[in-house]
Design a protein around this ligand. Structure first.
Ligand SMILES: [Mn+2]
Length: 435
């Protein structure tokens, strides 16, 4: 027996991929976890009989010989087929779009970085010339749209757009799709935005305009970050925070959105026990009045000054040598400081870089007394102008895999930006996966 399944908390990409699996492997039985996302549940409530999906209870796992896993590559998301986990005789196929986490030992896999798994499976269906019904095409397109935010997310690839085009050719119905992909912004969110705008205010902290709005809400409201972002755009501030107070649960949900790297939502809200990334963050605070939360938040914003320029971040004064320094002396400095390389500077101008590697160029013993200019590299030295941002420095470091970049101003070297400096800057910018 062949079964095909996807991760728990099944989303449209998961369901679409399972159904696509039944097109590619007609003898496979589709099995879904009991936990399914609400919008997918709504879709299935109307279309279930079309897909003949089985629950894990209906499967005799002893009879399973082949397992096709779609839209995940991790056993931790496959609780519902736990009995199969330790079977060594299984033939396992994996279709997934997250190349990072390849946990499952598959006998065959198609894992490629795309916006959605269904994109990969649609390609295969198209290649094999298999026919799709309009319902299948609609479901597949829902998978692509949900996982790529309607082809908007940066994770979207050209392949997703091609697959979407193909599915539209196969009569995917955008009106049906629209009604199942829950509108992110509906009447509830509209009311909250309207309330926030009534009491909108702007304050200035460290040269940035900020708005910090307290609002009482009844119970959990979804998609508040979209509301906060719209609010930020309308009120026209660098960063907007919504403090949403759920009176019955006595919790404050804080959501922040910013449009500048200098106001890092992730690090500010980490200060309140939450997390996030530079542009968006959130925190949940219990047993404090919203007014107290607001005061804490403002204090946190004041403290959280991000170095915005390379000058603030770079190391200086720099250790350098002049071009007539002997290689012997250079070797000594490198050893003493534990550096892998040094800038060679004449009259404040960078003329070369000498690194440990360059010592391989020494052919005779007495060359150790020769000046560094005979061995340093002069060409294609990566430097960065002092006006550039820390993020640009980080890009260069990653792109060229170098540990240190000279910072140049008016053709003079004024400092060095190192991997460590950049790490220090980015330490607070590491996205918090948990939120
Ligand atoms: Mn997916």
């Amino acid at each position: 027996m062949k079964i095909i399944t996807s991760h728990k908390g099944t989303d449209f990409d998961g369901l679409a991929s399972v159904v696509a699996g039944t097109v590619l492997y007609p003898d496979a039985v589709p099995v879904l976890s009991k936990t399914i996302n609400p919008n997918v549940k709504n879709f299935l409530a109307l279309h279930k009989e079309l897909f003949q999906i089985k629950s894990p209870q209906e499967i005799d796992f002893n009879l399973v010989q082949q397992l096709i896993i779609v839209d995940t590559n991790s056993w931790s998301r496959l609780d519902h087929i736990e009995p199969l986990r330790n079977r060594t005789d299984l033939d396992i196929f994996v279709w997934d779009h997250h190349p990072g986490d390849c946990e499952i030992a598959a006998t065959w896999k198609c894992v490629r970085e795309t916006g959605a798994t269904i994109t990969l499976m649609t390609e295969q269906i198209r290649e094999q010339g298999k026919k799709l019904t309009p319902v299948q095409a609609t479901l597949f397109l829902a998978g692509i749209y949900e996982d790529t935010g309607g082809l908007f997310f940066p994770s979207t690839t050209a392949a997703d757009a091609y697959a979407a085009g193909y599915l539209l050719e196969q009569n995917a119905d955008l009106i049906v799709l629209n009604s199942f992909l829950k509108p992110a912004y509906n009447a509830e969110q509209k009311n909250i935005l309207f309330e926030m705008l009534k009491s909108a205010e702007r304050i200035k902290i460290n040269q940035h305009t900020i708005s910090c709005n307290i609002l009482e809400v009844e119970g959990h409201v979804g998609n508040l970050s979209i509301v906060v972002n719209m609010y930020r755009e309308i009120v026209n501030v660098n960063a907007a925070f919504g403090i949403f107070f759920e009176k019955n649960r006595k919790v404050c949900i804080v959501i922040g959105r910013s449009n500048t790297d200098e106001l890092n939502m992730g690090s500010i809200l980490r200060g309140l026990g939450g997390g996030g990334h530079p542009g968006a963050g959130s925190a949940m605070i219990k047993s404090l009045e919203p007014g107290e939360v607001r005061a804490m938040l403002i204090e946190q914003i004041r403290k959280d000054h991000q170095p915005s320029s390379l000058q603030e971040l770079m190391t200086y004064p720099i250790v350098s040598v002049s071009s007539d320094t002997s290689m012997k002396k250079v070797a000594m400095i490198l050893r003493e400081k534990g550096f892998s390389g040094l800038p060679v500077v004449d009259d404040k101008k960078l003329v070369g870089i000498i690194s440990r590697r360059d010592f391989r160029k020494l052919k005779r013993e007495n060359q150790i007394d020769s000046p560094v200019k005979a061995f340093m590299s002069r060409d294609q030295i990566i430097t960065i102008a002092s006006g550039k941002s820390p993020a640009e420095a980080a890009n260069l470091i990653v792109k060229h895999d170098i540990g240190r970049i000279p910072v140049i101003e008016n053709e003079e070297i004024i400092g060095i930006i190192t991997r460590t400096d950049v790490m220090r800057y980015f330490y607070n910018l590491v996205p918090d996966k948990g939120l």
